[in-house]
Design a binder for this molecule. Structure first.
Ligand code: CAA
Length: 283
């Protein structure tokens, strides 16, 4: 299985980052989304990131040009007809993902691997929407994708060993470190990260300390690059809530109960950095 051409579905924060690192590593990339304006926005993020690298002297102008030349855009899923790998980074909704994977199964060539960047939804269930569950796998990148080294690779119940090996190797070509995990709610990353963030929100909710103090304790005391409340804003509070709900439902254990304050913020539309306000305000 040789991977040369990749379709990335979803041109948001994660999808554009994934498309960027794939194109930088020499893959031909199709960045796909529902509307051209979404794809254009994604391309804009990539252009800005690459320009910053050039300004800092970390990338040659020529390298930026060739990276951008390897990127094409799409709003028609039929463009997946000649790709070797699809990496889906669409909205976190099982019905939408199942429909997408079932369509991709019809369109993509028989040899193509279908990967999902889902942060917590079961790969096994996504795979069940296709007739090639052995070629379905989780490739969970971390935000910001161009910077973070990890790709959590999730094996569904039916994922073939060969498919795992191809995807682990492909992740290395992106200068990432693949880590193998099995398919359980939240995998490893979010099973551990989200309860910590949720606990930080409870700490604020119960008045134990101010938001600044909570973040400062974790930054200076534990050497975390961002405090948990800043990180929650960065990830998106709606995403944090969704993952906590997935853990709560998946394990049926109240230790994963989302903090009421998190629910309140999401209901208010305070979704973090992307909406201009979360635990902190952003201009
Ligand atoms: N896109 C691309 N590059 C970015 C970036 C972005 N959004 N943000 C920062 N960078 C780059 C900067 O350009 C800089 O690059 P150089 O070293 O080449 O100059 C580098 O990252 C460091 O940036 P800064 O000096 O501006 O800031 P920093 O040192 O504070 O680092 C950070 C920023 C990397 C985001 C750091 O704060 C960090 O690691 N935060 C934690 C991130 C984290 O935990 N991510 C995982 C979230 S969970 C997830 O993604 C999974 C999920 O399912 C929810």
């Amino acid at each position: 299985m040789n991977i040369a051409k990749v379709m990335v579905i979803g041109a948001g924060q994660m999808g554009s980052g994934i498309a960027q690192v794939c194109a930088m590593s020499g893959y031909e990339v199709i960045l796909h989304d529902l509307k051209q304006e979404f794809v254009d926005k994604g391309l804009g993020i990539i252009d800005k990131n690459l320009s910053r690298q050039v300004e800092k002297g970390k990338m040659e102008e020529e390298n930026k040009r060739s990276t951008l030349a390897r990127l094409t855009t799409s709003t028609d899923l039929r463009n997946a007809a000649d790709v070797d790998l699809v990496i889906e980074a669409a909205i976190e909704n099982m019905d939408i993902k199942a429909k997408l994977f079932s369509e991709l199964d019809e369109i993509a060539p028989a040899h193509a691997i279908l990967a999902s960047n889902t942060s917590s939804l079961p790969i096994t269930e996504i795979a069940a929407a296709t007739r090639r569950p052995e070629k379905v796998i989780g490739m969970h990148f971390m935000n910001p994708v161009p910077v973070m080294k990890l790709v959590e690779i999730i094996r569904g119940l039916a994922t073939a060993d060969e498919v795992y090996a191809v995807i682990a190797e492909m992740s290395r070509t992106l200068s990432k470190v693949p880590v193998e995990v099995n398919d359980f709610p939240g995998f490893v990353s979010n099973r551990i990260l989200m309860p910590m963030i949720n606990e930080a929100i409870y700490t604020l909710y119960e008045g134990v300390a101010s938001k600044e103090a909570i973040d400062e304790v974790m930054k200076l005391g534990m050497n975390h690059p961002m405090g948990p409340l800043t990180l929650a804003d960065f990830i998106g509070l709606d995403t944090c809530l969704y993952i906590m709900e997935t853990l709560h439902e998946g394990f049926g254990d109240d230790k994963y109960r989302p903090c009421p304050l998190l629910r309140k913020y999401v209901k208010a539309g305070w979704l973090g950095k992307k909406s201009g306000r979360g635990f902190y305000e952003y201009s």
